[in-house]
Design a protein around this ligand. Structure first.
Ligand code: CA
Length: 222
């Protein structure tokens, strides 16, 4: 699974240069130019890190940061500050940003910050989670049943992770689409159902953890 980075930056030259640079580094980067839209993406899609400009149309970067912290406390955020204002940096860190870089920044420095932050957040991730007779190992991306490793695809693993992260809650097909495929994906309900059915089949008797909610989607019961 690729590391996904959300860039919220309204200056197209900076935003596109950042995106190109990150993609060269094999990150999957998505660019968004508006605070409101960026916040929505950060909260509804799956990202590993957010690069956040402070001066944004729609909603200021500091507000976006504060709201990301409430909705996704563990999502790492690096602020891109335009000015070398100490007050702005302090305010940003108080709003819950993990780090900041001052524009103009060197791509090398930014990459080093990103790597350091991703390493830190990987350590916070639970290495594994159990449900029923199964164990999911997030570091190795493995699903185990006792000693046996079950052969599931990367997509099925992502689907299972989404279910585990939202255990006990009903997930609509739209929400699953966002969580697993990203909001730009176009997918029919039937395709989503097919992937869920495949995952269920591979879980065998454990497939009953995934409950169909008629007309809406699914709920994962632990
Ligand atoms: Ca700006």
């Amino acid at each position: 699974m690729n590391t996904r980075i959300l860039i919220i930056e309204d200056d197209p030259a900076i935003g596109m240069a950042l995106r190109d640079d990150l993609e060269l580094e094999s990150y999957e980067a998505e660019l968004c130019c508006d605070g409101e839209e960026g916040l929505r993406k950060a909260l509804t899609e799956t990202f590993d890190l957010v690069l956040l400009d402070i001066g944004l149309p729609g909603k200021s970067g500091l507000d976006v940061c504060r709201e990301v912290r409430v909705g996704k406390p563990d999502l790492p955020v690096i602020l891109l500050t335009a000015r070398s204002s100490e007050a702005e940096k302090v305010l940003g860190l108080e709003m819950g940003a993990d780090d900041y870089v001052t524009k103009p920044f060197s791509p090398l420095e930014l990459r080093a910050r990103i790597k350091a932050l991703l390493r830190r957040s990987a350590r916070n991730e639970p290495p594994s989670q159990a449900f029923g007779e199964f164990e999911v190992d997030f570091h190795r991306m493995e699903l185990r049943h006792g000693e046996a490793v079950i052969d599931i695809t990367a997509l099925e693993f992502k689907l299972l992770s989404a279910f585990l992260n939202h255990a006990g809650r009903v997930l609509s097909r739209n929400r699953l689409l966002d969580l697993v495929w990203g909001s730009n994906a176009v997918m029919t309900d039937r395709v989503i159902d097919t992937h869920v059915a495949n995952l269920r089949k591979k879980l065998g008797a454990g497939g009953s953890h995934i409950v169909s909610i008629r007309g809406i989607g699914y709920r994962f019961d632990q």
